[in-house]
Design a protein around this ligand. Structure first.
Ligand code: 3PG
Length: 326
């Protein structure tokens, strides 16, 4: 698609730009002294500690680096929250190039692999609550991704569709609850409803109605497919849900993952990145690629696509030298 820029590409063209400010920070953990030398944004002095011992690295909670550089200071919890957005892995109808919309089809084996790979890329980012659509391809993606998380907490789908469902799905162990992550399913996060295109082959539809018309149905902001939802109509439910249900969680300091769909996420990213109805036309989301935002003081900062545990945490790029103290 001419001019189409995947959000992933957009994200990767927006690498974290750190100030030239360098700093050195030491931390003694057991028999390991970790020396961090790296740069981070001037003023914010937030650093996610990348603890490397041997070849493994893991990220502990982001901490506030004291402005006086005194590492004896007890770091307080970061005032930022992580928001991870991820489009589901390849589905069986993606593979057949069929318009899917709200038809509930599962992932392909490739889509399963994409979800697992996505989980590896976000395995060090803290997650306290997960939101998915009511469609299995998004729920499978969330579950498979969470299997890779270093904290090994168990994602549990919440059932509140009826009073009995709520009552019958209660967990009665506080310890078990601590080892769980609530998964909230919401139809408002479903893929845009593709109306009379659902089930049709995308290429055949372009041959029948013309490439431009199909592109307009697929990517424009306010032109709906026949008896389907335009992106604008999808935004009216998806963005509203995001503002009413997900933003309050972030504001309360919770780290959130949203596993949803190409268009329901395009509408949310349009809102987060303040894209115009013209700019959103070229916004494409790849299947299974996680995108990270940091929520801070009511604002969203796009952090691009996490690339995995070997990379620094979301807060800082650091070069870690490890000294084993015997
Ligand atoms: O619903 C579908 O067909 C896909 O999930 C997204 O389709 P699109 O890329 O044509 O919007």
């Amino acid at each position: 698609m001419a001019g189409a820029i995947s959000h992933h590409a957009l994200a990767s063209t927006h690498p974290l730009r750190w100030s030239a400010q360098n700093s050195r920070f030491e931390k003694k953990t057991g028999n390991v002294r970790l020396v961090y030398e790296g740069s981070f944004p001037s003023g914010s002095r937030k650093l996610g500690l990348v603890c490397a011992s041997g070849s493994q690295s893991s990220v502990v909670e982001p901490v506030q680096i004291p402005s006086d550089g005194n590492s004896g200071h007890t770091p307080k919890k970061s005032s930022e929250s992580a928001l991870i957005l991820i489009r589901h892995g390849e589905s069986l109808w993606n593979e057949k190039n069929l318009f899917t919309g709200c038809v509930d089809v599962p992932l392909t084996p490739k889509g399963v692999e994409e979800a697992i790979e996505a989980g590896k890329r976000i395995c060090n980012i803290p997650i306290d609550v997960i939101y998915t659509s009511s469609l299995i391809r998004a729920q499978m993606t969330a579950m498979l991704a969470m299997m890779q998380h270093r904290r090994k907490k168990i994602p549990i789908i919440m059932h509140n569709e009826s009073e009995q469902a709520h009552r019958w799905s209660q967990v009665y162990s506080e310890e078990t609850k601590k080892q769980s992550i609530p998964v909230i399913t919401a139809w408002q996060l479903n893929e845009r409803m593709y109306g009379e295109l659902q089930g049709l082959n995308k290429q055949e539809t372009a041959d029948l109605f013309g490439k431009e018309q199909v592109h307009e149905w697929r990517r424009s902001y306010d032109v709906p497919p026949p008896n389907g939802e335009s992106l604008e109509m999808c935004a009216e439910r998806a963005v509203a849900y995001f503002k009413e249900q997900i933003v309050p969680q972030l504001a309360a300091g919770k780290h959130v993952m949203v596993a949803a769909h190409g268009n329901s996420l395009r509408s949310i990213i349009m809102h987060l990145d303040k894209l115009t109805s013209q700019e959103v036309i070229s916004l494409e989301l790849s299947t299974g690629i996680p995108m990270l935002y940091i929520f801070k003081e009511g604002k969203f900062i796009r952090r691009g696509s996490p690339v995995g545990p070997s990379e620094a945490s979301v807060y800082a790029y650091t070069r870690v030298r490890t000294f084993h103290i015997f």
